[in-house]
Design a protein around this ligand. Structure first.
Ligand code: AHR
Length: 308
């Protein structure tokens, strides 16, 4: 990292501003839209020249964007990796060009830790645990089965892997709780609805709980549950992640039981990290975002202050 910093100083844009190349996953969810808006407005406020690229949920597009940032000789590259694996070659190219890399939101799986400076984002494993803890505390006492279906995020992505891990880990040792089906809905509303329709067709009224890896898939699942003539939030409990406004609206309508917050407003922290890198200041390897859990009962009071 020290070497990378030495090489990056003084590059800058034509007007002397710091140039940040950012490769975004896509626009798959309400969370992602809020994340993009946060990054764009924080760059504007910090006077940073942001070169923004939308990968439309394809790793190949992110790799091309990073190569293009290297060719443009930007000061810093940041990206939110669509999946965890497959980044070593392009990150080695960035390192060879002495361009520091910051990860936002999601982790990468690399053997060489010097390939990025820091990761700014949530603890997804803990988010999964929080969802499971809520379920353990909010299931009526008894020893009847609690049959859960799981709507997973994008296959191979850090939040899908980690939320699943945390949720299953916290339920282990509680045999009453069984995840009876699990499939990816790719973090989209359409994906969540389609997969939930298939779950309902296969399992019908046996399903007690939906655990969705994000709010958008939960909202899609709520539609599927209603179309099947069941009451989301009552006949089937719905648990999700993110805490976007759409989830608060669903909670206020009594259709979603709880959302575990995942804060997308990472722009200001990213710009601070970029400034620190430019100034040669050290950064922690991991910058974790503080987050809450919002059960249905708290939704109306919290809604007016929600920022995304
Ligand atoms: O990486 C964060 C996740 O990605 C959010 O939970 C989800 O909504 C988004 O698409």
């Amino acid at each position: 990292f020290g070497l990378a910093l030495a090489g990056c100083s003084g590059r800058g844009g034509h007007d002397g501003r710091t140039v940040l190349g950012f490769s975004q996953v896509g626009a798959e969810s309400e969370w992602r839209t809020a994340n993009t808006a946060s990054i764009k407005s924080a760059a504007h406020d910090a006077g940073i020249d942001l070169r923004f690229s939308d990968a439309q949920q394809k790793q190949a597009n992110q790799i091309s964007a990073i190569r293009s940032f290297i060719a443009q000789r930007v000061d810093v590259i940041a990206f939110s990796p669509v999946v965890e694996s497959g980044w070593e070659p392009v990150l080695r190219e960035a390192k060879a060009a002495h361009i520091p890399v910051v990860l936002t939101d999601r982790a990468v799986d690399v053997s060489d830790p010097s390939l990025y400076v820091t990761l700014i984002g949530s603890d997804f494993v803990e988010e999964g645990r929080k969802a499971a803890r809520w379920l353990l505390q909010n299931t009526p006492a008894g020893d009847g089965p609690v049959d859960i279906v799981e709507l997973e995020g994008t296959v191979g992505s850090a939040p899908a892997i980690d939320r699943k891990k945390g949720f299953h880990e916290a339920l282990a040792g509680h045999p009453r709780y069984q995840v009876i089906r699990s499939q990816s809905g790719d973090f989209t509303r359409a994906g969540g609805k389609e997969v939930m329709e298939a779950f309902l067709k296969a399992e019908g009224k046996r399903i007690n709980v939906v655990f969705a890896h994000n709010d958008d898939m939960a909202i899609g699942a709520i539609q599927a549950i209603e179309e099947a003539g069941l009451r989301p939030g009552r006949d089937i409990k719905v648990i999700s992640m993110d805490g976007v406004k759409g989830a608060f609206e669903a909670m206020m309508a009594g259709k979603l039981n709880v959302t575990v917050e995942c804060n997308p407003l990472l722009g200001p922290q990213l710009m601070q990290a970029v400034a620190a890198i430019k100034a040669g200041k050290p950064l922690p390897r991991r910058i974790v975002v503080e987050e809450s859990v919002y059960p249905m009962e708290s939704a109306a009071a919290a809604f007016p202050t929600r920022k995304y």
